[in-house]
Design a protein around this ligand. Structure first.
Ligand code: NAD
Length: 495
């Protein structure tokens, strides 16, 4: 059976200075799909020479791009959004083919990507600069300037949407840039060149260098002419990039891993909480940084909630990513699949398996796992502490509000948290006590693009989203102007 989407390329090249090019040394790497795990394309494997060429291209056009008015750049961003939307079907088909995400969820990612460009077009047009007045003596105003050539490094889960999440504010702010997409999922990024060309983005403003993280990614981090790195990926890689960035004192933004709690109190709307918990951890194949992968349930409803969660997990439709009926598709790569299966084996020793735990019977090949639920998970268990990044959830009981907060805070991570209760005072109390960058009360991960996005503890450093993204991609300069006579101590003057 031919599962390949239309127009699937067999070669994926870099895009540097407006041209599709091979690596300087001609090297490539294999790209496979997660359903058959067979290689369908060769992608250019970038290294130092390719990054250097891309940074030079970005530097050359930086004065022209950063010199446009905010309105002019916003017009281009809106055209990018149109070009993304026009490729909506193809984009979703590519994403599904390359990542294993269910097609219905990949369609949402394409829409969200377009929305990111429209949103940051609006932000940059509406942006004002601050001014401060000290009585009649002094007036100070802020001038924001684009920071320069931005380095963007992105992961393989929802690759196109996450790329857009960085591309849009960087371009809106007036930066030119080099993007290094994740090596397991370079396919959807192959659509950016025609999207940018159609939208009239000048050659060299956006450059894309594919390649292995330790080679192309590292070369970008090490490049002296790239003053800022926006990174989304694992905590270990983030730590390494911060260390490497110290050499050139780069500004970094780190959006890292998570092990987010969903805290369910007995007084919650349990039907709504169940829908949300199931969706929160199994959507996007569980390969979601903000997945509610630890479910903490108040003791009086613990057994019943866990039983219902297990039933729902057992009936989640696992199948071909391209099938519109599929709810959980194939995990991105055999190495990642192995890693997730390893956690399942660890979990079988640490806790009580109540759903899933193996490949579904009807899918004999591909990286498939039936959504898996472990109950009675101890706080010291590895499946409670470590990010699994697959359709696996750990459920634990709690007796008091204090214990719920302790358990919620008992990992190194602090990205998202979800609180289910009909007592709103308690909801706010817990939201303020849980160490996390983003919290939802009686909701799943519904985002407002204006709000800060990011985590605390090992889940990240810095915030992006809304004005925070513009802050990251610009430097603020303060200009002080005397309005009257300034009193200056007269050192060295004759008295
Ligand atoms: P990863 O850290 O392995 O790779 C991310 C990117 O970094 C890839 O492009 C990779 O090539 C590159 N990279 C690897 N080594 C590098 C190096 N030495 N120098 C420069 N670049 C390097 O992460 P992943 O496995 O692709 O993604 C999954 C992780 O991303 C999970 O931990 C997940 O929680 C996290 N994530 C976080 C967010 C968030 O917003 N907080 C969003 C999505 C994913």
């Amino acid at each position: 059976m031919n599962r390949n989407p239309e127009h699937l390329p067999s070669v994926i090249r870099h895009w540097i200075g407006g041209e599709l090019v091979d690596s300087a040394d001609g090297r490539t790497f294999d790209v496979a799909d997660p359903v058959s795990n067979t290689v369908y394309a060769q992608a250019a494997a970038g290294g130092t020479a390719d990054i250097d060429r891309a940074v030079t291209a970005a530097r050359t056009v930086f004065p022209a791009w950063s010199g446009l008015s905010n309105r002019e750049r916003a017009t281009v961003l809106n055209r990018i959004a149109n070009a993304v939307e026009a490729r909506h079907e193809q984009l979703a088909a590519f994403e599904t083919h390359d990542t294993g995400l269910p097609i219905t969820q990949a369609k949402g990612q394409a829409r969200r990507a377009a929305e990111n460009f429209r949103y940051f077009a609006d932000v940059i047009v509406a942006l004002g600069e601050e001014a401060f007045r000290q009585g009649g003596e002094q007036f100070s105003y802020v001038v924001r300037t684009p920071a320069g050539v931005a380095g963007l490094i992105t992961p393989w889960n929802t690759p196109f949407m996450l790329e857009s999440w960085k591309l849009a504010p960087a371009l809106a702010s007036g930066c030119t840039l080099v993007l290094k997409p994740a090596e397991w999922t370079p396919l959807s990024a192959s659509l950016w060149p025609e999207i940018f060309a159609e939208a009239g983005v000048p050659a060299g403003v956006v450059n894309i260098v594919h390649g292995i993280g330790e080679e192309a990614g590292q070369a970008l981090v090490d490049h002296p002419e790239v003053p800022l790195i926006s990174f989304t990926g694992s905590t270990d890689t983030g730590r390494h990039i911060i260390r490497s960035s110290a050499q050139h004192l780069k500004t970094t933004s780190m959006e890292l891993g998570g092990k987010s709690p969903a805290v369910v109190f007995a007084d919650a709307d349990l039907d709504a909480a169940l829908d949300s918990v199931v969706f929160g951890v199994f959507s996007l194949n569980g390969e979601r940084c903000t997945a509610g992968s630890r479910v903490l349930v108040e003791r009086p409803v613990y057994e019943e909630f866990t039983r219902r969660l297990a039933e729902r997990a057992a009936s989640v439709r696992v199948g071909e990513p391209a099938d519109p009926a599929t709810e959980v598709g194939a995990l991105v790569h055999p190495d990642h699949y192995e890693r997730v299966l390893n956690y399942v084996e660890i979990g079988k020793k640490e806790a009580r398996l109540v759903a899933g735990g193996s490949r579904p019977d009807h899918l004999s090949e591909g990286n498939y796992l039936q959504p898996t639920v472990f109950a009675d998970v101890d706080r010291d268990a590895r499946i409670f502490q470590e990010e699994i990044f697959g359709p696996v959830v750990a459920v634990s009981p709690f007796d008091t509000e204090t214990e719920a907060i302790e358990l919620a805070n008992a990992t190194q991570y602090g990205l998202a948290a979800y609180i289910w209760t009909s007592d709103l005072k308690r909801g706010h109390r817990i939201a303020h006590a849980v160490e996390s960058g983003m919290l939802w009360i009686n909701s799943h991960n519904v985002r407002d693009l204006r709000t800060p996005f990011g985590g605390v503890k090992s889940s990240g450093v810095g915030r992006e989203g809304g004005a925070h993204s513009i802050d990251f991609y610009t430097e603020s300069r303060i200009v002080h102007v005397a309005l009257g006579d300034v009193h200056t101590p007269r050192f060295g003057a004759a008295s």
